[in-house]
Write a protein that binds this ligand. Structure first.
Ligand SMILES: Cc1ncc(COP(=O)(O)O)c(C=O)c1O
Length: 454
């Protein structure tokens, strides 16, 4: 049910938006998000997803460069101003007298562990805070004991840095790394069977993404974790793109370890990640930097990295509050709504192909991949940037140790602050490209796309 006109008016007053719009954003800003959420409390997430009035409030919570259309939110996302401002606040606080304030702030950050665990469905003693997904995943990838000949099964479409980590262990210790290839989109059954068939008596680790950073292919994490556990195999899941993007509970996945970039979909300031390790699996992994034996079963052993900026970690609390103020279900529904808006507008064009499964029930939310028959995606990305100032990532497969895949696509990833106008500009630009083609050797735009990272 949609909220009544009267409650809408009340909301406008509560939010201070009548007549003055963005200028009334206060330093905190969370109040307005919470007021907006209250005003849609009796609507379903799918109804809220289409409520531009609500999302306007969310858009105003960020300081963005609206001269560019950012459809590359799979890289690193802007944090809401409430989180950015808290970085400065904590930074100033510690900097007044680091020897005095650093210790207490480090201890206070324990509250973030508690809140992260409660929000994402695990025990606080299973939640380590890291600086990103690379750190989180490399802790467990490098921290597990493997002998020469022991086998890791992963996929060709896993993240290059994580594949490089296994590649280095292969070169250094002689472990065997099997990289499975799959078509996109693939069904959950196909992916399950692909791993099941690949298991050998030497298989010790499954490593795969929850959703890939390429086409956002979803993996059957729970089924694969159960399969692995039944055969004494450890499961490491790359959840860089999943946590904070669509709702699920970590414990329900039944994997041993799960690494996340919190500066992606949780909208945390850059330098935040987390590592979930199932309690009984903690002793299986050595920390990346040494910790005392007494910490063998303590999740904090993975955080022993010496002096680092506590302000960034403390500010994670504000991004979490922002995420909670929107609501995980509403956020996921909006991301899917934005994706379906461009994908549905383009899919009837016979030259345009979507490489992500957008059917129901949902398997994709804010990330999907698309290409135009006969057009090189690098040239297409340059055309979008040169003509429309749209930022997207061209995906082109590489050679090992990087990811290997035989398709080309643009990865398109809007976010909660993306406007419908921005999506529609992208649609119009793609239709134009499909109809008229794009220059193969356009004038290069300084800094793009060579330095844009997936
Ligand atoms: C699938 C995947 N894994 C790992 C990472 C590494 O994350 P971070 O940059 O937080 O270290 C990324 C980053 O894009 C990613 O997409």
């Amino acid at each position: 049910m949609r909220s009544s006109l009267w409650s809408r008016r009340e909301f406008l007053r509560a939010a201070g938006a009548v007549g003055t719009a963005a200028s009334v954003w206060n330093a905190g800003g969370l109040e307005r998000v919470e007021a907006a959420t209250q005003s849609v409390a009796n609507m379903t997430p799918d109804e809220v997803a289409q409520d531009e009035f609500f999302w306007r409030e969310i858009q105003l919570a960020f300081k963005l460069d609206r001269t560019l259309i950012n459809l590359n939110n799979g890289f690193t996302c802007p944090a809401p101003r409430v989180a950015v401002e808290s970085v400065w606040r904590y930074m100033d606080m510690v900097n007044m007298l680091p020897v005095h304030y650093q210790g207490p702030l480090a201890r206070n950050v324990e509250t973030i562990r508690l809140r992260m665990a409660a929000e994402f469905g695990c025990d606080p003693e299973e939640m380590a805070l890291t600086r990103g997904a690379s750190e989180a995943l490399q802790i467990v990838q490098n921290g597990i004991d493997l002998k020469a000949g022991d086998e890791v099964i992963t996929t060709e479409q896993d993240y290059p840095r994580m594949l490089t980590t296994w590649d280095q262990r292969m070169r250094r210790e002689g472990i065997k790394v099997t990289r499975l290839q799959f078509p996109v989109p693939a069904t959950q059954d196909f992916l399950y069977t692909m791993f099941e068939k690949a298991v050998t008596p030497r298989t010790k680790v499954f490593h795969f993404t929850h959703i890939t950073n390429l086409t956002a292919q979803l993996f059957p994490v729970k089924r694969l974790s159960r399969l692995a556990r039944s055969k004494g195999i450890v499961t490491i899941v790359d959840g860089a793109h999943a946590l904070g993007h669509f709702p699920f509970r970590l414990r329900d996945l039944e994997c041993d370890a799960y690494g996340v970039s919190l500066h992606k979909w949780l909208l945390a300031p850059i330098g935040n990640g987390c590592l979930y390790v199932r309690k009984d699996s903690i002793p299986k992994f050595w920390p990346l930097q040494a910790a005392p034996e007494q910490q063998d079963t303590d999740i904090r052993k993975f955080e022993a990295i010496g002096t680092h900026p506590w302000a960034i970690r403390a500010a994670l609390g504000e991004s979490l509050a922002f995420h909670q103020a929107i609501g995980a279900e509403r956020k996921a529904a909006r991301l899917r709504y934005l994706t379906l808006r461009w994908a549905n507008a383009l899919k009837s064009n016979p030259r345009i192909k979507i490489l992500t499964d957008l059917s129901e029930p949902a398997q994709a939310w804010g990330v999907a991949a698309v290409n135009i028959e006969g057009i090189d995606v690098r040239a297409l990305a340059r055309f979008l940037m040169n003509n429309y100032r749209i930022i997207v990532v061209p995906l082109v497969g590489g050679a090992p140790p990087n990811s290997v895949f035989d398709y080309q696509a643009l990865r398109v990833s809007p976010n909660v602050y993306t406007t419908l106008e921005e999506i529609d500009t992208f649609v119009a630009a793609m239709q134009e490209a499909a109809q008229s083609g794009v220059p193969e050797t356009p004038d290069p735009v300084p800094g793009y796309p060579a330095d844009i990272t997936v």
